[in-house]
Design a protein around this ligand. Sequence first.
Ligand SMILES: *Cc1c(COP(=O)(O)O)cnc(C)c1O
Length: 429
Amino acid sequence: MHFYSLNNPSHKVSFKEAVISGIAPDRGLYFPESIAPLDADFFENITSYSKQEIAFQAIHQFVKNDIDAITLQEIIAKTLDFEFPLVELEENVATLELFHGPTMAFKDVGARFMANCLGQFSNKKEVTVLVATSGDTGGAVANGFLDVEGVQVVILYPSGKVSEIQEKQLTTLGQNITALEVEGTFDDCQKMVKTAFLDDEIALNRNLTSANSINVARWLPQLFYFLLAYKQAKSKGKDIVFSVPSGNFGNICAGMVAQKLGMPVNHFIAATNVNDVVPHYLSSGSYTPKPSKATISNAMDVGDPSNFVRIQHLYDNDFSKLKTVLSSYAFNDTETREAMKKLKSDSDYIADPHGAVGYLGLKEHQKKHPNVYGIFLETAHPVKFLPIVEETLGIRPDIPPQIRAVINKPKKSIKVSDYDALKSFLMKN
Ligand SMILES: *Cc1c(COP(=O)(O)O)cnc(C)c1O
């Protein structure tokens, strides 16, 4: 199995090389050269497989040239050592809770999988993982890569635009993890990261790679969630749809790869906040990136989602084909808060703002398709967005032990104001 650049399909590399370099030299995202469907039997009997077996079946074809089966089993065991429960809230409405990992955000799985792959590949050469975060990525990456030998991690985050808990999760670990606090927006952070990857002077000094969902080792394992949800919902015997709160569109794109693997799910809903490039595209046919706007679901404040090209590619860049599998709706902060209140009062469920956007997307779809069994992804634990949850619901959720452990540790970050400051940091250290 090779991975090719979406900018130039004749540029092919191994999984290992795609993971180490993150993005192709022509700035294209890497994409698997084929996606072979799994046996129909696998889906028929999915309830008899453990989550580790399901993950192994799903990802083996993509990595097998570079990771032997035993090592892959070990990586999966380390990645999936927590639960992914499907919780039913209303008739035909369930949420898949992806927040039971070490940093209580769904990005734990991708970050851990990638860290373990990179740990296998780095050998004696030091690798620097450079990553921009709008909130949750940073903590998950910091945690997943902590103490991985041969890997330095540099995280850029927008000053004052991530929650206190998120900030603590990425600034308190120390060791091989450095947090750079950027005076600017998430888009500014992402731009600086992209520029650094193309900077030849930095390349001479360091081996840089990304741990954003651009990196195939972080992006692909997210398809596990959809299979694990399917396993839990299959006995309903209904048509299943997924509603995915989306920012960079990596998670939903991985779900669509699960569909290409043969998962019997016909439709996906990309739910966004007011950063609505994709909903706008699906209704108008014109794709117009915009500067991101700040919202209460800040992990989705993305004005030009990097994985959307992968989704388009999955459906042969055919707009009408894409529209049959994907719907997309945008919601503002007021609607999001209303949904949080409704979930609390009707189902006694505390959703975080991202999950609430997913719920809204699902309900919108069910207006026209009332009989489908809808699963919305709850991508973060509500305490990760504590001030918003408190202010909206007037309650104080219990702080889980994972979070309590970081909240009193001292923050350590380095302020950077522009690209030159990032560059001189990367040249010096
Ligand atoms: C990253 C993130 C998202 C968006 O996921 P994408 O793969 O970027 O679309 C949604 N919710 C939370 C809590 C996140 O951290």
